[in-house]
Unconditional design. Structure first.
Length: 339
């Protein structure tokens, strides 16, 4: 019996095949359900005890060599030029390609950037760790100004001069210091505020702020620019500006978009008013221009700022801001089809 197995092993080792079918036939012959190996395995119980060990070793050897042979032949076949041709098997189903997805914050940031770059705004960036001058003082918020409390600030260690920026207006200060008007720039980026985390607010979020400075820039220019933006991003063509206050702009306004009251969701998100607040804006305060070495007698400009999370929540009907930072794949994978 063992000799018979040895004979098979020799056969297996010398076996060669050129086609898929031949290999498959070989596999079935040895390793198939009714194949030679299974026959030997079935025979095992009839083998006298003292021969069992040698017999067992021999069939295992046969099994391993048959399996190896099949693998080797298959691999050779796959590598052989004849079978592969230049393009391989054209009828083979394509490999599934896993596409990644962008984070919704990136998607919305890119959309906003694109809309403004179409009307000549460039993109500027700056450090997340800022000094007091760029985040506050240059923006008309001197020390002890009560409006500093509007933005609960994270300070770095014990140095009150170094902080995590509370808005990307700091980038605009840097941009004005380094560039001469005309200025058209938007500053997307991550900002930090020491706020309690809830479904509506987080201590880390993202903003896009915009700045436009030139000769004779008016409030009407600002309104038209913002209207163009809301049309492009939301497809909504009605906005209203409500008087507001920011230390760095005068006059200042809050922009609401008319969202409509067509669906129950519209009703809920606008609290029954149809209007949604989307950004703050205003004419750059002359003090800010002066702080950045721009002559307010010669130039004027407007600025605006919005939270990306808030806009993404509106566009994608996301109920909880914390979803953006949990990195739950079930959430992230839903944005695969977006750009
Ligand atoms: N910097 C303001 C904020 O973070 C937004 C803003 C920017 C308002 C520019 C007016 C003009 O809340």
């Amino acid at each position: 019996m063992i000799d018979k197995i040895k004979g098979h092993i020799a056969d297996v080792e010398s076996f060669n095949a050129k086609t898929k079918d031949e290999i498959e036939a070989f596999r079935i012959k040895y390793l198939g359900k009714k194949g030679i190996l299974n026959e030997f395995f079935a025979e095992f119980k009839n083998v006298p005890n003292e021969e069992k060990k040698a017999f067992g070793q021999a069939i295992n050897e046969l099994k391993t060599s048959a399996q190896q042979k099949v693998n080797v032949l298959k691999e050779e076949l796959e590598n052989s030029q004849e079978e592969k041709g230049i393009y391989g098997d054209l009828t083979r189903p394509a490999e599934p390609v896993e596409i990644g997805s962008r984070h919704p914050i990136s998607i919305v940031k890119n959309q906003i950037t694109e809309i403004f770059s179409n009307i000549g705004f460039n993109v500027s960036e700056g450090p997340e760790m800022e000094d007091d001058w760029h985040n506050f003082t240059a923006l008309n918020l001197p020390e002890y100004h009560p409006a500093r409390d509007m933005q609960d600030t994270f300070f770095i260690q014990t140095d009150p001069d170094i902080l995590l920026r509370t808005h990307t207006s700091s980038v605009q200060v840097r941009y004005m210091e380094e560039n001469k008007p005309p200025i058209r720039t938007i500053s997307p980026g991550r900002v930090f505020r020491n706020e309690a985390i809830s479904a509506r607010s987080h201590c880390i979020f993202h903003q896009v702020e915009g700045l436009y400075i030139d000769k004779d820039v008016s409030f009407a220019d600002m309104k038209q620019t913002i209207l163009y933006f809301t049309k492009q991003l939301f497809g909504k063509s009605k906005i209203r500006l409500r008087p507001s206050y920011f230390p760095f702009t005068e006059p200042s306004a809050e922009v609401d978009v008319y969202w409509g009251l067509e669906t129950e969701t519209d009703y809920r998100i606008t609290k029954g008013t149809g209007w949604l607040e989307i950004m703050g804006c205003g004419m750059v305060d002359p003090n800010v221009l002066r702080n950045c070495n721009i002559d307010p007698q010669e130039y004027s400009g407007f600025a605006f700022g919005m939270g990306i999370e808030r806009i993404a929540m509106l566009l994608y009907q996301i109920e909880d801001i914390r979803m953006f930072y949990e990195n739950d794949l079930r959430f992230l994978e839903q944005f695969k089809s977006a750009l």
